[in-house]
Write a protein that binds this ligand. Structure first.
Ligand SMILES: CC(C)(COP(=O)(O)OP(=O)(O)OC[C@H]1O[C@@H](n2cnc3c(N)ncnc32)[C@H](O)[C@@H]1OP(=O)(O)O)[C@@H](O)C(=O)NCCC(=O)NCCS
Length: 173
């Protein structure tokens, strides 16, 4: 099983580790960020039971859930409420998730993004993500999903990170 160390205190004000106890707050932020496609409180609570899953909250403004499986990691979901966008919160959440995943032994991070999601694509491109695949008609509105990948810098990785027995990567939208 992949073990993810508890996220350290982050210098970014308002950023903290999320747990299953935060499921209600996570669902509220997700609803504001994603509208009808948002995950419920029950879905969020269930995520934390999956090996390798960890989460971060930025006050009541943003969230990220990610998963480490062996030497790979993936962003499960990332969102910032509309009133807090454009201040770098999304970038902070993404960067910190990468640091935590690297500390747990991941050497790369994957995610999926809708081809028409300009803000998210810009955020990911600035963070070093590059397209490695495409899933035609993946989303409910028939948009294609781009599969993006970024290497995680070696200096972020833990020498005692995840071993080779962890579960394989499983993608979620
Ligand atoms: C994508 C999202 C997380 C970004 O959060 P954020 O806190 O605004 O992110 P940041 O402030 O760190 O950076 C956003 C970047 O997108 C850019 N951006 C914002 N709106 C944009 C738009 N309509 N078109 C192009 N770029 C845009 C910003 O200028 C910024 O880029 P810059 O740093 O080069 O100036 C947020 O818009 C969101 O929650 N969207 C809805 C949910 C979603 O799509 N999640 C991602 C699913 S893969």
């Amino acid at each position: 099983m992949t073990r993810v160390p508890p996220p350290r205190t982050d210098p970014v004000p308002g950023l903290r580790a999320a747990t299953a106890h935060d499921a209600e707050a996570l669902a509220e932020i997700h609803a504001a960020a994603f509208g009808p496609d948002a995950w419920s409180e029950v879905v969020f609570a269930a995520q934390f039971a999956i090996p390798g899953v960890f989460g971060l909250l930025h006050a009541a403004d943003g969230l990220v859930l990610a998963r480490v499986a062996a030497d790979e990691s993936e962003i499960l979901t990332l969102g910032v409420v509309p009133s807090a966008r454009g201040r770098g919160i999304g970038a902070d959440l993404l960067r910190r998730a990468g640091e935590i995943a690297a500390g747990a032994g991941a050497t790369c991070m994957y995610l999926e993004v809708a081809v028409g999601n300009a803000a998210a694509r810009r955020l990911y491109a600035r963070a070093g993500f590059e397209e490695v695949g495409r899933r035609p008609g993946y989303y409910s509105d028939q948009q294609d999903a781009l599969v993006l990948r970024a290497p995680l810098p070696p200096e972020q990785r833990s020498e005692t990170g995840a071993g080779s027995q962890g579960p394989r990567r499983r993608r979620k939208s």
